[in-house]
Design a protein around this ligand. Sequence first.
Ligand code: ATP
Length: 484
Amino acid sequence: MNSVPNKQLVYVVEDSLSSGALYCSYLEQAGYSTQHFTNGHSALLGVKEQMPDVVLQDVCLPDISGLEVLSFINRQENPAPVVIITANSSIDVAVDAMRLGGFDFIEKPFSKDRLLTSIASAVDQHQADIATVPTAVQGTPSTSKIITGVSEYFVGDSLAMSTVFRLLDSAAKSKASVFVTGESGTGKEVCAFSLHKASARHDGPFIAINCAAIPADLFESEIFGHEKGAFSGAVSQRKGAAEMAAGGTLFLDELCEMDLNLQAKLLRFLQTGTFSRVGGQTVLHSDIRIVCATNRDPAREVGEGRFREDLYYRLNVIPVQLPPLRERGADIMLLAEHFLAEKTKANDKHFRGFTPEVKSMIMQHDWPGNIRELQNVIENVVVINDGELVSVEMMPSLAPVLSKAPAKPAAVVLSNSVPSFGSVSSPTGAGMQGIRPLWIVEKEAIEYAIEQCGDNIPLAAACLGVSASTIYRKKKSWDSGGEG
Ligand SMILES: Nc1ncnc2c1ncn2[C@@H]1O[C@H](COP(=O)(O)OP(=O)(O)OP(=O)(O)O)[C@@H](O)[C@H]1O
């Protein structure tokens, strides 16, 4: 080992002696200490003996799978961030690794700069993680800002949202791309911003680009910038969003609107971490985290040829689906009260709450425009009226109330088509009408989550708020005729 006190220690887990030696030399030239392990078991022993600052690990190892090494590291105290090295053909394994808590992945062949950028941001993440460990555990007081969870930035308390918060909180610890889907106005941008603020990049820039709002011919320059004279109107050099977001997060809203040519350029940037400004030759690097969003169904866009499949898999590492407001139960009033207080203060009014009739009106409405619609309605009421309580007369006529969908279970919120738990027929034929054995209800919810997560059991477990081993255990019991 070439460990020197105060140098950041990187474990390089790579079975090829020559590649491992090359990575170590790049890292040591940049001031890191390194230790090279040529198989998974020796890396596990190394981690047990001393947790490094970062692990750089090939996903294919001769003895055990790279995913096992990753899971082992993540079960230790203060685990080091793991940067996965992958061959192009094993990209789906790399995506699995990110879902299991990997920090970043880089595809072979990669440049020295790409490697160093990823390792530097992993070191930052590790230091931020250590700063969040309670002082009593760490032994010394920390002056670093404590990073709190995403719920700090989100109004919402429902079970539906707690599932989302749990996913986002674990996503915040890595650099993995997050793909947020949900109807218009459900808070996708708020979600991206919360994720940024809860991550180690919280002091870096958050740059949001609405892909639907940029004319196609200006798109490339918006994202990658341009040199002076690159096209008529380019009177000076300009940085693009990818450059401006360096060290922070780039939020690409309405991503499915992006032109196919530019999708190819975005993919190249994601693979290499490099790009050039329009009209420029210089190769630039930018260390950014990508969060993207759409209110379309991205898998369908892929199926219909409007969205590149390879880009979709690259970005859809952590999929987050925001539930529509009508499925968020008590959150509707929580948000209404939040907006009432906010708008009352901003407009110097005196509202303290809603009459019971207005509360019931708010709860009965379907809110097709989601949170944005609710926010607009409350703002409208506050600006035009004043008083202590918002009464029915003050409310604008809400669109005709659609018959409310039957209450849906909040345990799984990944789709609008959650199976009804209020089914009248009991598969076992036992019990009173409408009541079914709990284990069957649980089995359905778990099977539904697994299906929605594309058979990814760890992800389904995260969505359900249980450990993956609980799901494996229950599946085994069901398969052998038990009740889980
Ligand atoms: N949980 C929340 N707490 C408080 N305000 C919220 C929350 N979620 C959304 N909002 C507010 O609702 C409005 C819509 O949110 P946002 O723009 O993030 O939605 P969106 O899903 O990105 O919409 P679109 O699909 O139209 O781009 C914003 O004004 C935002 O501030």
